[in-house]
Each structure stands twice: as C-alpha cells, then as structure tokens.
Ligand binder design. Sequence first.
Ligand SMILES: C[S@@+](CC[C@H](N)C(=O)[O-])C[C@H]1O[C@@H](n2cnc3c(N)ncnc32)[C@H](O)[C@@H]1O
Length: 245
Amino acid sequence: MTRTADEIKGAVKEFYGERATKAAACCGTTDYRDKLYLVDDVADLPETVTSYGCGNPTAIAGLREGETVLDLGSGPGLDCFLSAKAVGATGRVIGLDMTQEMLDLANANRDKLGLTNVEFRKGEMESMPIDESTVDVIISNCVINLSPDKDAVFRESHRVLKPGGRFHVSDVVLSRELSDTEKDDLALWAGCASGALLESDYIARLQAAGFGEVRVDSRGKIGEKPWYSATLSAFNGDAPKASCC
Ligand SMILES: C[S@@+](CC[C@H](N)C(=O)[O-])C[C@H]1O[C@@H](n2cnc3c(N)ncnc32)[C@H](O)[C@@H]1O
C-alpha cells in the first residue's frame, strides 16, 4: 500500500462530508437504515437520520440504564439515538466523528429529537478526546475499517473503557487479502473495503491492545466480493457470564 494516512483521511472526509450535506438538504436515503434495523426501532426517527452502517451494534451491546456509551464514527447519529433510549436519562452517549458536515447533521438530528443525553464530539478515533477509564460501552458501525492506523484505534478503545467495559462493533472484514491495486484505491477505501482486515488479524490486534476475550458474534452474507460485514465483541477483562434461567 502506497497511500499515506493523510490521503486516506482526506478521501474519507470528502466522501462522508458530501453524503452528510446531501442528507441534510433533502436527498439522503434511508435504504440501509431500513435493511439493518427493526422497523419499530427507527419508525420515530426523522428521514435525515440516515445510515451508512453495515450492521446494528446496538442490537448486541446489551445496554443498561445509566451506562456511558461511546460511538466511534457516529455519522448522522442513528446508533447514538438508539443507545440514548436504552441508557435513559441517567446515562449518556458520546458520538465521535472527524467530519464537520456529519457532526452538523448529527447535532441537527439530535435537536429535532430533543435528546439531552447525547453529545457529538469532533475528533479522530486514533487519538480520542475522551478521558481514560470513563466509558462503559464502545459501539461503532462500519468505521474502524476506514482507519489507516487500527492499532491506535484499538489501544485508544482499551484506554477509555472502564475495567469490565465492552466493545461491540459492526465492521467490514476480508475473506482474502486484497491486491496492492485494491489497497491503493481511495474510492474503495471510502467505500469501506480497502482498509478492512481479515477476521483473524482483527482479533489478534484487539488482543494485542489489551482486550481479554474477543469474539465474532455474527457474519453477514459472504458473496462474490472478498469482504463481508461482521459483528465483533471484545472485553476489557473477562466477558460477562450469561445470566441463567
Ligand atoms: C461509513 S460512515 C458510518 C457512520 C455511522 N456509524 C453509521 O452507521 O451511519 C463512517 C463515519 O466515520 C467517520 N470517520 C471515519 N474515519 C474516522 C476517524 N479516523 N475518526 C473519527 N471519525 C471517522 C466518518 O466521518 C463517517 O461519518
């Protein structure tokens, strides 16, 4: 791969900045939202709460009242708004995103919904503007593949999680290594493929960053493309034991 981190981040910001501007103006699509989420869960959300995700991390996060949730690459805010409902008035949700247009869209969406327990923060997930050991649950939807430095994202995730904290993400992963041409294609980077990792690499890097148990919860349809979506969980310490009967 010959692309620099600045080139990749520039292409990603431009791509999602344009989408946010379109969604705010009139022409976003709720296609992904309708495919990825239960109809009842998103029925009350304005059409400007679009989704650019590849899964639904809130479905597996097991959020509880009072928890603090951090969404990496929060985009228009959909997963933050679902999380806000789950953690209630005593909990709070921080959406982190590096693209100003997405933050503007997310803030406008939050104001339309009148939510007071959601905050959107500008920043990069490789150096999070978040204090150490302050987050109960990290979620993220189709974002970590976009980072040119995943090890930094995983180290930072481990740093900000409280002991016992959980990491639940949907992301694109690879079924085979990509060619150099595919890895250098900036449109494919912004489209969530060029930067994707093999599942085994994803798991090994999370463990190297200090996570205890790491698991793949589900896999999307594996088709002709050498990538697919997966939902992964990792724990700062041991995974919570399933409560029985
Ligand atoms: C594919 S969209 C997903 C948005 C949202 N999670 C969703 O499901 O609709 C990727 C988002 O991540 C943000 N992003 C990409 N790389 C980032 C980084 N290194 N740090 C912070 N935000 C980033 C982009 O600005 C964009 O809003």
